[in-house]
Write a protein that binds this ligand. Structure first.
Ligand code: C2E
Ligand code: CA
Ligand code: CA
Length: 551
């Protein structure tokens, strides 16, 4: 920023005392003035206080060191070669020679106060804007290129070095929101300074570093995938070595052989789409960009834009998948699974939209809707004179934190007059962890009179410990056990035995073959769910299935 109020200093270098006095009197009302009688003394001052001097007024004819000699030294010295110099001349031929030697402008003797003042003022303003421009190229906190300047540099590089290939790396602080609440808005300045230093210390002249935003940083480098991954690992490690704050994690995205045609902001957007795919994954913080990630991003926008409307239009359907007794093969109940009947995209599977709804909170509305539909269907079943079997409803982690059982769930049972024993709730084991919130939510559900099934047991970081910390009625063994049943026999048997010792029933998910069924049967697993009996069915098929099982 150019400071308007602060008084600048002008250095006058002139051997003629009268000239010096005239110049001092013209300038001193607007400037601090230092007057020296030869080039050597002037250079001494400049060497000691280069930052203090805004402009030099230089006489060309002087003893000791003349103006030309002075210009030659001054324009080569990095400390002060940006200070503009006005030469005082009496002859026209001198002007040209002086301008060629590096002077910025000239004034002729005899002096006109107006001309001198306006030239001095204009030149100071010009040189200050130029240095402000130079400063804005760099981010002041980190010393890395600023985003706007880097955008320009990036385009130039991509246009000029069309034959060369580049890799681009972008990394950002994970969990910015919660960190901001701990460290405050300014809290990142220290961390940013640390990152800037860390990158500059890599001293790789082939790389360009940029601070893309307060919490995002990037590297543009010559293409070499192995080397780029190595660099990411190195930066990742350095970020954890003596950082100013503890426990700040970073996510990295990179793209190899960047397309020369795309702009810097498009490139950044591609990286952001890649970073999004990392989600809250704690094991993975590096991702390579793939074009499908952009599709995922636009798919997400599409899904988000139509979800509310779809719910109103009853485009979400309940599908029912049966659970059978392992030894008698009798029907015992169903799981309700959502399907999205989309007028343009057809039937969309939950895997494509549940994660999006979990992230944006819509899942709670959807799960309550599913519960209501299941209750309505149970009443229809009753009207048809068919036997009602328990149906389990999936609850997402988000629901456990937001749903108020008394206000949002129990009234539905009053409204549809359905017995609470006909509904079970499935919650996933991975979301249980040891989190106190989930345990207490499970207790609340249980105390309200519902059976709890722990879903997907064995899919993630399973700990047997949850079996006696979370109240549960059923433990559902994840489909991965069924898929690898031969290799997992010992584990599966142990889990079933432990569950039984604690009076918890077991359900095997994803059973497709007779062989799988037999093994689960040998181990005493209570219920089987899977394609072996049936795929999830729409309402009409569900009714047929009930009819078939009546007999
Ligand atoms: P989940 O709760 O573990 O549901 C079981 C999934 O396994 C279902 O996939 C089902 O169709 C599939 N499946 C069942 N038997 C077999 C089999 O023998 N072989 C194979 N290969 N697959 C089988 P679906 O319906 O695509 O649901 C995927 C996940 O989406 C569910 O996993 C559940 O986590 C979630 N989900 C589904 N509906 C809802 C819902 O209404 N609310 C919530 N919050 N989540 C839901
Ligand atoms: Ca389930
Ligand atoms: Ca499951």
């Amino acid at each position: 920023m150019i400071n308007k109020t602060f008084k600048r200093t002008v250095l006058i270098v002139d051997d003629d005392e009268i000239n010096r006095e005239i110049l001092v009197s013209i300038l001193s009302s607007n400037y601090n003035v230092i007057a020296k009688s030869n080039g050597k003394e002037a250079l001494d001052i400049l060497d000691k206080h280069p930052g203090n001097i805004s402009l030099i007024l230089l006489d060309l004819q002087m003893p000791v060191m003349d103006g030309y000699e002075f210009l030659e030294i001054a324009t080569k010295n990095e400390k002060f070669n940006s200070i503009p110099i006005i030469v005082e001349t009496a002859e026209l031929k001198d002007e040209e020679k002086a301008l060629l030697a590096g002077a910025s402008d000239y004034v002729t003797k005899p002096y006109s106060p107006t001309v001198i003042l306006s030239r001095v003022k204009a030149l100071i303003r010009l040189s200050e804007s130029a240095s402000a421009l130079k400063e804005s190229r760099l981010d002041p906190e980190t010393g890395l290129y600023s985003r706007s300047y880097f955008g320009y540099l990036y385009k130039k590089t991509m246009d000029a070095l069309y034959e060369n290939e580049f890799d681009f790396i972008l990394f950002r602080i994970r969990d910015v929101d919660s960190l901001t609440s701990i460290y405050g808005e300014d809290g990142f300045a220290k961390e940013a300074e640390f990152i800037g230093q860390l990158l500059l210390d890599l001293k790789d002249r082939n790389n360009l570093y940029c601070r893309v935003s307060p919490t995002m940083f990037s590297v543009l480098k010559p293409h070499n995938k192995e080397n780029s991954i190595e660099l990411i690992n190195k930066i990742n490690k350095l970020l954890q070595t003596n950082p100013p704050f503890n426990k700040i994690n970073y996510d990295f995205a990179f793209e190899c052989k960047v397309d020369h045609e795309i702009s810097f902001s498009v490139l950044v957007n591609r990286m952001l789409a890649a970073l999004k795919t990392l989600g809250d994954n704690v094991d993975k913080n590096v991702v390579e960009f793939e074009p499908e990630m952009l599709e995922a991003d636009s798919k997400k926008a599409f899904i988000t834009s139509i979800m509310e409307e779809s719910l109103k239009n009853n485009d979400f359907l309940v599908y029912y998948q049966p659970k059978h007794d392992t030894s008698s093969e009798e029907l015992k109940g169903f799981e309700a699974l959502v399907r999205w009947k989309n007028p343009t995209a057809g039937i969309i599977s939950p895997g494509d939209f549940i994660p999006i709804f979990e992230a944006n909170g819509f899942i709670t509305k959807l799960d309550l809707y599913m519960l209501e539909k299941v209750l309505q269907d149970l009443n229809k079943i009753k009207e048809l004179g068919l036997k009602q079997y328990p149906v389990s409803i999936n609850l997402s982690r988000r629901d456990l934190a937001t749903v108020n059982i008394n206000a949002q769930i129990l009234p539905l049972f009053k409204k549809y007059k359905v017995n609470k024993s006909l509904i079970h709730f499935e919650i996933t084991e991975s979301m249980c962890g040891s989190s106190q919130d989930v345990i207490s939510a499970a207790k609340t559900i249980k105390n309200a009179g519902f059976a709890i099934e722990i879903d997907d047991f064995g899919s993630g970081y399973s700990s047997l410990g949850i079996i006696d910390t979370i109240p549960m009625d059923y433990l559902k063994l994840d489909i991965t056990f069924a898929r690898n049943i031969e290799a997992k026999k010992v584990v599966v048997r142990t889990v079933i035995e432990l569950a039984h010792a604690l009076k918890v029933k077991t359900v095997a998910e994803g059973v497709e073959s007779k062989e799988q069924l037999k093994i689960y049967k040998d181990f005493g697993c209570d219920l089987i769910q899977g394609y072996y009996f049936s795929k999830p069915m729409c309402y009409e098929e569900y009714v047929d299935y009930l009819r078939k099982n009546e007999k």
